[in-house]
Design a protein. Sequence first.
Length: 144
Amino acid sequence: MKLLVLNGPNLNMLGIREPGIYGTESYAALEAFVRDVCAKNGVEAELYQSNHEGDLVDKIQAALGTADGIVINPAAYTHTSVAILDALKAVALPAVEVHLSDVSAREEFRHISYAGMACVKTFAGYGFDGYRLAIEYLVEHYGK
Ligand code: CA2
């Protein structure tokens, strides 16, 4: 199984600020964690982080025909981006939404998720482990 693991804006800043919300570990540590989970599950993974909405849309489109599923933390674009929602709908691959923090317990504007409307599942508030839950969910339900 091939998965695209996408991370949105500012997640490259992990561990640098706001450790109370996002933890103390770096983005490189998150990548290492995701690669380890994928290896343990026999998954081939492409990891990509961008601070730009169009880049994320391009990457989602490129997954069509090359990936079997998508794990996505759209970060702030979660709450604003109809373009990412439309891209996920367009490729129609099984996608799982991940958030490090429990967005439902934070500001009201974080309660809406456009991307989530095109996702089969959401894991929020589990830190890095949310990515493991998302990968294992896709393997269990869509693996081959
Ligand atoms: O909880 C999550 O994973 C979020 O997707 C993270 C986004 C936020 O806008 C979403 O509402 C929830 C923010 C990512 C920014 O990450 C930072 C990391 C270190 C320092 C500052 C921001």
